[in-house]
Ligand binder design. Structure first.
Ligand SMILES: NC(=O)c1ccc[n+]([C@@H]2O[C@H](COP(=O)([O-])OP(=O)(O)OC[C@H]3O[C@@H](n4cnc5c(N)ncnc54)[C@H](OP(=O)(O)O)[C@@H]3O)[C@@H](O)[C@H]2O)c1
Length: 297
């Protein structure tokens, strides 16, 4: 069997970096997709040392930018990659210090574009490589925090909050809800193919506060308190690794897993086929490439 090839977005920090180490240790060839070359290169060195593997590479990719995602995919192909066995959509924009929406280079609100549209575009563009794998696995990442927002729906009229109502929490949880729904949609489109799509519900995981120098003292204290009830990135990454390369989950698709590998529900609104269709119609307006990679809807 050829060596597994895994791509982890946001692999320079936190859970993504821990997953890259674990996957490399397990013998996979790993690509980390990072928006900042300097941070990416520094992480690359640590991942190689910690995993004892040299088969780790950096792809420069800003998930909020179409052009950057397209360029990143080209560079993966130029590196000779012909198949991808696991694509892990780990990167996320969640800057709690932000008070106003920020626009990407494409003119789209960055939480929506980084956390939802970027992964959708990346999956569509890498469809030939995922299809060329024995079993291409797409893994999306959502949040346990969604449970605190049981009434939340994707704002189908104004997902970027351009008419007001923006808070970074609202935008973040909306994007994570959309990712769960996208996973269900993708799994359905993949049925009858060798590809699978599953989503991970990440629990409270320790965050490196040095990454957020602009946090207020109050928020720093809050995070420090929260971290006492959080698991380590390494612990959380084990579920990424399990879903990415373990033979025991081969063929499993359309599931939503917690950190203990249990399948969990996403709530009645997110599981409703009509709502999933509406969210994906909305998504297609931003990502026309969405049709790639499965049966036609
Ligand atoms: N930690 C938790 O308690 C928690 C809870 C629920 C869900 N999650 C989810 O788990 C995943 C990993 O979280 P984490 O705690 O490991 O976070 P983290 O340490 O803050 O790492 C986030 C990663 O995403 C990258 N990123 C952000 N915007 C990007 C962009 N536009 N393009 C490319 N990369 C970008 C960051 O790169 P930079 O270094 O350039 O910023 C970083 O590598 C995320 O999807 C998050 O939503 C985490």
């Amino acid at each position: 069997m050829s060596r597994k090839i895994c791509l982890v977005t946001g692999g320079n920090a936190g859970i993504g970096k821990a997953a890259a180490v674990q996957l490399a240790r397990e013998g996979a060839e790993v690509f980390i997709a990072c928006r900042n070359r300097e941070r990416g290169e520094a992480a690359l060195e640590t991942i190689k040392i910690d995993s004892g593997s040299a088969a780790v590479s950096l792809v420069n990719m800003d998930l909020s930018s179409r052009e950057s995602i397209i360029r990143g995919c080209k560079s993966i192909r130029s590196a000779g990659v012909r198949h991808i066995d696991a694509l892990i959509h780990n990167a996320a924009d969640f800057d709690v210090t932000r008070k106003q929406p920020r626009m990407s280079s494409d003119g789209v609100e960055t939480v929506w574009s980084t956390n939802h549209l970027g992964p959708v575009l990346l999956t569509a563009l890498l469809d030939p490589e995922l299809s060329a794998s024995e079993q291409g696995r797409v893994i999306t990442v959502s949040s346990q925090g969604l449970m605190m927002h049981p009434q939340l729906q994707v704002n189908l009229e104004d997902p970027e909050f351009s008419r007001g109502g923006f808070t970074v929490e609202r935008a973040y949880y909306q994007s994570k809800l959309a990712q769960v729904m996208y996973t269900f949609w993708l799994a359905d489109r993949y049925s009858g193919t060798s590809k699978t799509a599953n989503c991970i519900r990440v629990t409270n995981v320790k965050v490196d506060l040095d990454r957020y120098p602009d946090l207020s003292d109050f928020k720093k204290r809050l995070y420090a308190l929260k971290s006492r009830f959080s698991i380590s990135p390494e612990e959380m990454a084990k579920i990424y690794t399990w879903l990415a390369i373990c033979p025991e989950v081969s063929g499993l698709s359309g599931k939503y897993f917690d950190e203990k590998r249990r399948t969990v529900g996403a709530g009645s609104w997110a599981e409703n086929p009509g709502n999933i269709r509406k969210v994906m119609e909305l998504t297609r307006r931003y990502v026309p490439e969405l049709s790639a990679g499965g049966k036609q809807s």
